[in-house]
Design a protein around this ligand. Sequence first.
Ligand SMILES: [Zn+2]
Length: 160
Amino acid sequence: MKKTLIYVICFLALLSILIAIWYYREGRYREYLNQKNMCAGNMRVLSHRIYFYKDNNGGKYPLDLEKLKLIAEINDSYFYCCAANIRSTDSYYVYRGNDLPSEAPDNMIVIHCRKPWHNGNYGVLLSSTDILFLDEKEMKDAITQDNNERKNLNLKQKPL
Ligand SMILES: [Zn+2]
C-alpha cells in the first residue's frame, strides 16, 4: 500500500515536471513566433516607406534609413529588430540596398537583421518586397549571390 502511494506521488511529480517543461517550451516558441512576426512587420513598414521615397525621388533608394523620417513620421522602433530585446547598434537593421538602382533585380537584399536574432535566423527584405528568414548558411549564400549581382551592376561588394 505504502509502495503504491510512493509510486503515485513519483508519477505525479514526474508528470508535473513534464507539463512545466512543455509550458516553458510552448511559451518560448510563441515568443519566437511573435518576434519573427514583429520583425517581418517592421521590414514591411520600412519597405513601404522606401518605395514611397523612391516614387518621390526619381526612383532613388534613400541613402540611409533615417531619410525615411523625412516622408512622414515613423516610430524609431521600426528601425530595430525586436528579437534583440535592446535597441543598440547591434539590433539596428543593416540597410544594404542604399546604392541600388531603381530597377534592381528582384532577389537583391535591401535590409536584414544585423545578427541571427531569430533562433539562428536572419530576417531579410528583398527588393521584390518578399521577406525571408535565413539560417547562417543560407544567409552566407544569399550574401554571395547578392555580391555577384552587385558586381554585374558595377556596385561595391558588401560583406555580411
Ligand atoms: Zn529580426
